[in-house]
Design a protein around this ligand. Sequence first.
Ligand SMILES: [Zn+2]
Length: 211
Amino acid sequence: MGRETAGTTPVGPGRPYRYFDAQEGPGGSRDAQTCPLTPCPIDAPHGTLLTICQIQTPGGILSRTRTRTPVVPGWFAGEGDDFRLLGTRCSACASVFFPREDAFCRNPGCPGGELAEVPLSRKGRVWSYTDSRYRPPSPYVSDPELEWQSYALIAVELEFERIVVLGQAVPGVTVADLTVGMEMEVVPGVLNEDAETTWTTWHWRPTGVGA
Ligand SMILES: [Zn+2]
């Protein structure tokens, strides 16, 4: 579910890298993140985390595709406009749970029903938000050699379920772009990447804004 696997091919001297390293690290001293070519051969926006790395060499274009894996299995599925958060709904009282509850209904007034997986609303409205200006301590995963990139964290009240779901804003959207009550939609996102894997998650994006 929601899991895609692609083949890999060696990338020679250029292991997967981030485009901003190609811009800011000419010379290639940092093996894992430094593009061997300046300028970068891929026309990607500055700061884009690349899922597919392609490097032009005298022998041709070398490329590598990482495996895309949900950071938490079963919490979301689909691609593009079909992307949805997945919760569960109780057959007895119709309570909806996210994160999904698969063991028993947590409504104290409910006699107990079957919990079935249900896709949640694509849209909702900003309930609250803040930003993350400092690098969290371990076990948060980040590269200490890279400058910390703050991101907006948004609590969105879902359109139909009326439950509030936290998530990061899409890259490029900051707290200055947000207001309480603004309509948002859930879109596929990337939490982080390592050498082999792109760990996927969900992001919130103001509706009507292109990808
Ligand atoms: Zn129930």
